[in-house]
Design a binder for this molecule. Sequence first.
Ligand code: ATP
Length: 235
Amino acid sequence: MTGLLEIQGLTAHYGDFKALFGVDLILEEGQTLAIIGANGAGKTTLMRAITGIARVSGGSIRLKGRDLAQLSAPDILTAGIAMVPEGRRLFPSLTVEENLQIGAHARTGNRFWTLDRIFTLFPILRERRSQPGTALSGGQQQMVAIGRALMSNPTVLLCDELSLGLAPVVIREIYAAFPTIRDSGAAIIVVEQDISQALKVADHVHCMMEGRITLSGRPQELSRGAIHDAYFGVK
Ligand code: ATP
């Protein structure tokens, strides 16, 4: 099977510590894929490896057949992979609009996302456009972080723990934007500790534990018991 993003045998280290042990993953065009797993499973490391932030020590990452292994993080962004990082990481001294514009510095060939389209996706950001990003609520800051990533017009959008620390109503509001994001042509990978949220949003789910994918399948194919065992490492 060939996909938009193909990862084969990926390993990653922090110094001598091995965090990923041969991860294989395929993301198809138009797909939303969820990666679930407990604290320390390696989900963030996988995202950071894809975006060129974590050191890849083996295996391959291909976007439309192009090997990303030798590219720097900024070049991977320009190649079409943008990330919404865990904790949002907004620039505190910049306004909402300026935070969004930062994302536009790495625009790819696609030109779908503009400031106006981000404001249509998340109308509250239009009202708050002149405020510092950090003056917003957590959910609104998450919207800015998503908007900032979209402004580069990515082919692949990686979202790390979008729902962390947010109220259920806010989480629903954020995930309600996903169909529009998909229609813009971006395939999506979400990292989630919230299993039911992951099952709701994804076409395909991978569960990770201790640096390995321990279970994969479509949400409707995976039983709660199998997910529980893969998540907590029950043999
Ligand atoms: P969480 O949900 O807590 O973010 P995770 O599944 O994203 O968990 P990672 O953050 O990828 O897991 O961590 C995978 C492993 O790598 C863990 O054992 C963690 O302690 C280790 N690790 C993560 N970042 C570093 C780092 N900068 N230096 C050393 N070890 C790290």
